[in-house]
Design a protein around this ligand. Sequence first.
Ligand SMILES: [Zn+2]
Length: 306
Amino acid sequence: MESSSLNLEETPCNLCGSKESAVLYERPYLTPHDGESGAFAATTDEFRNYGRIVYCLKCGLRYTNPRPAASLILSGYGNCVDESYLLESSSRSINAHLSLNTIKRFISSGSLLEVGSSVGYFLNAARTDFEVTGLEPSHWATEEAKRRFKIECYPESIENPKSIEGRNFDVIAMSDVIEHLLDPKAALLSSRRFLKPGGILYLLTPDIGSLSAKIMRGYWWGLRPAHIYYFSRQTMMRMLIESGFEILTIKSFGRIFTYSYWLSRLKNYPKSVFLTAGGLIKVLGLENKLVYIDTRDSMEICARKR
Ligand SMILES: [Zn+2]
């Protein structure tokens, strides 16, 4: 099914408001089944290719334009059930500790809100030091977080979080979330509102300005149908500063996963690469072994509320 059958919307630049943009990469959306595209938002494989990615001619922000209608994206996340996410539970918990190490350089205790808390791995790791609360649009994930970890978690977004109205947090964390949001600027402004004075915002997102993004171009792993914004260090810092934050640190973020998971990330690469890597991992019996890799194309940022 071609993109023409999807409900797509044009959007202006989220950083500077300009409507002037030029095409960077384009691989039209393909849905494998019928019109059931509501599920595309969270499950990459449900919805192949990433549409049209443009860059703003005024400020350089990269984003998907046009993009699937807001109602499609929101219902996609609300209804998302992702059992495969549970398979990498041990490595996700370890990655949570990598994020916490960075956060604890600036604050070691207090209240912490995670936006996009999924099934609660990060919050479960964080509660050794922090009082934790989660916001997560997926009803399924919210229930999993409550059931597995007894975490306080609400099926809401940071733009309109009714359940936490009137509360303020020492830390707000968003890992691999901001690139999925319809309005990242509004999310940062809202996060600022829910932080205590001097509170810390932690962000993790792919870095489209990285060397591997530049080398891999249209084949880079960060280009996915569910990602609608692609930040570089430059555009991310500008948006944070304009949203009332002071940057404390910005650096690349490595991750720990099984070899099989890393292999699944190579799926979009030329077949020879995928088959060679896959064959090697099988021969060596490494499928379930954990490995730490810093491909230097994810960035983690700590910023302080001004
Ligand atoms: Zn712009």
